[in-house]
Design a binder for this molecule. Structure first.
Ligand SMILES: Cc1cc2nc3c(=O)[nH]c(=O)nc-3n(C[C@H](O)[C@H](O)[C@H](O)COP(=O)(O)OP(=O)(O)OC[C@H]3O[C@@H](n4cnc5c(N)ncnc54)[C@H](O)[C@@H]3O)c2cc1C
Length: 463
């Protein structure tokens, strides 16, 4: 057998399970088709850590609550950007008030503590910038904000340091059951293994038969607001309404805020802004740093272990609360796998992420001490976010280091500022080319067909 366990897909769930399994005496590999892990984790710097209150599905609510309780420990261990932040779910009319009270009762029955039903006076007192009408709100003290790709990369790095073999740029084409274990066929190799965890969305592998995930998608438009914007909210605020239209305001891990609107129809920038203005007043273009569109995922999320007797587990479905659920899903899947394999806990497991510096959060004394050791930390490359050349080089040289511009962005937060990379993108690409021994024309944004520079415009034999 090549491996005890093969994990297919290097998204947040694949990386988290790799981390949990790397605590055991197992030979593990993870296969990811892209250049980088966590490549599909939303490139928004803040995800909500939910608590299961908002969820219709009871099983998903349980996973969110369990994930919510585990996340504190994970973020402090791995130094992941996370902020405790209370939340308000607001009903603006009589009909949505009924829905909200139902939601509150359901949450109490699910055993969710630290939640309160507030009337409009209490809500306006908490959030004076709110312009929408309010009937009632659920106030929760359980929620928070996390940098989702930071969490995914941290899981991956620690798994890598504890011996998991990461196979990037390798695409799974088929998974076959053979007499002993499985054969996983990729575009580069054929592997044999005892167990498979499949987190890829592929539906045409021989092993899966005709099972299809029930998909539930709508549209999300996000407005990342400038730091100068004065009308933000203290809490995570969202609406509940009779239609499926929902507005979210989320304070980000970088101390600005993001407003998002979820709709069934694909509306444009101006229509989205118009709808948001009912919620918090008119936003001007100057107050908007970035506009970003994405699907809203609310699939049925399934941990399918119906073939566990043969050694196959599949996590299917994309869900808006997947980051929250990840620590819980990883523990459940890991337990199922180790119960099926003969393995013990490793004595030399290191539960620690290699150190890194974030210059903008350090004191001048701390900065000077680091610059004395490595002068690259004395050169600022991204002026908006105050990211140094030392941080960029470290993001490339680390275990599972960045190989793309988005990889550097996810690891250091370069280009997340108000210039969106206009000042620094070229410098970052030059550092990446130098560090990876590539030419500038080979540098990609994130995937194979996303080259930053298409080609040279002039060739000279002599200058
Ligand atoms: C806009 C947006 C906002 C979100 N906000 C939140 C939030 O506030 N709170 C929250 O908890 N969650 C949130 N989420 C959810 C969360 O970010 C994602 O759902 C989650 O990252 C998905 O994780 P995953 O590992 O399951 O899947 P993916 O990240 O999709 O992982 C699957 C991996 O498999 C790889 N792959 C696919 N096919 C193959 C193949 N054939 N061979 C090899 N590899 C393959 C892919 O490249 C990918 O890396 C949000 C998502 C989006 C899009």
């Amino acid at each position: 057998m090549d491996y005890d366990v093969l994990i297919l897909g290097g998204g947040i769930i694949g990386c988290a399970v790799a981390y949990e399994l790397s605590k055991y005496s197992l030979n593990i590999a993870l296969i990811e088709k892209d250049y980088d892990i966590a490549d599909d984790v939303a490139l928004l710097n803040s995800a909500i850590v939910y608590d299961g209150v908002e969820c219709e599905d009871t099983l998903v609510a349980k996973l969110e609550l369990m994930g919510n309780k585990l996340i504190d420990d994970v973020v402090s261990k791995f130094n992941v950007r996370f902020k405790k932040c209370n939340s308000l779910i607001i009903a603006e009319d009589k009909k949505s008030e009924e829905k909200l009270i139902n939601m509150y009762d359901k949450a109490l029955n699910r055993g969710i503590d630290n939640i309160y039903l507030l009337d409009s006076k209490e809500v306006y007192k908490m959030e004076p910038n709110l312009t929408m009408s309010v009937k009632k709100a659920i106030y929760s003290k359980n929620t928070g904000i996390i940098a989702p790709y930071d969490l995914a990369i941290a899981y991956g790095e620690v798994a890598f340091d504890n011996g998991v073999n990461f196979k990037l740029e390798e695409e799974v084409l088929d998974i076959q059951k053979v007499s002993k274990g499985f054969r996983v066929i990729t575009n580069k190799n054929k592997f044999s293994c005892n167990m498979v965890l499949n987190t890829t969305p592929g539906e045409n592998y021989s092993i899966d038969g005709s099972s299809k995930v029930s998909k539930n998608r709508s549209y999300l438009k996000h407005f990342l607001l400038d730091k100068s914007f004065k009308g933000s909210f203290k809490n995570i605020v969202s609406t509940i309404s009779e239609t499926k239209e929902t507005v979210y305001s989320v304070p980000t891990v970088q101390e600005n805020s993001m407003i998002s609107i979820k709709t069934d129809e694909d509306i444009n920038y101006h229509e989205s802004l118009r709808k948001i203005s009912n919620f918090m007043g008119k936003l001007s273009d100057e107050e908007i740093n970035t506009f970003y569109e994405s699907p809203f995922y609310n699939d049925t999320l399934i941990i399918d272990d119906s073939l566990i007797d043969t050694g196959y587990i599949k996590v299917t479905g994309k869900h808006y609360g997947q980051v929250t659920m990840t620590p819980a899903i990883a523990k459940i899947v890991c337990e199922t796998i180790i119960n099926n394999l003969n393995c013990i806990l490793k004595k030399d497991f290191v539960d620690k992420r290699r150190e890194f510096y974030r210059f903008r959060y350090l004191s001048n004394k701390e900065r000077n001490d680091i610059i004395k050791v490595n002068k690259n930390y004395g050169k600022i490359v991204c002026y908006c976010k105050k990211v140094t050349e030392g941080e960029i080089i470290d993001s490339i040289r680390r275990p599972l280091g960045a190989r793309t511009l988005e990889g550097i962005k996810r690891r250091t937060e370069v280009t997340f500022g108000s210039c969106n990379g206009a000042q620094c993108l070229n410098k970052i690409a030059t550092i990446l080319a130098r560090e990876t021994n590539k030419s500038m024309t080979e540098i990609v944004k994130d995937s194979k067909n996303s080259r930053l520079i298409v080609g040279r415009i002039k060739e000279f034999d002599e200058i």
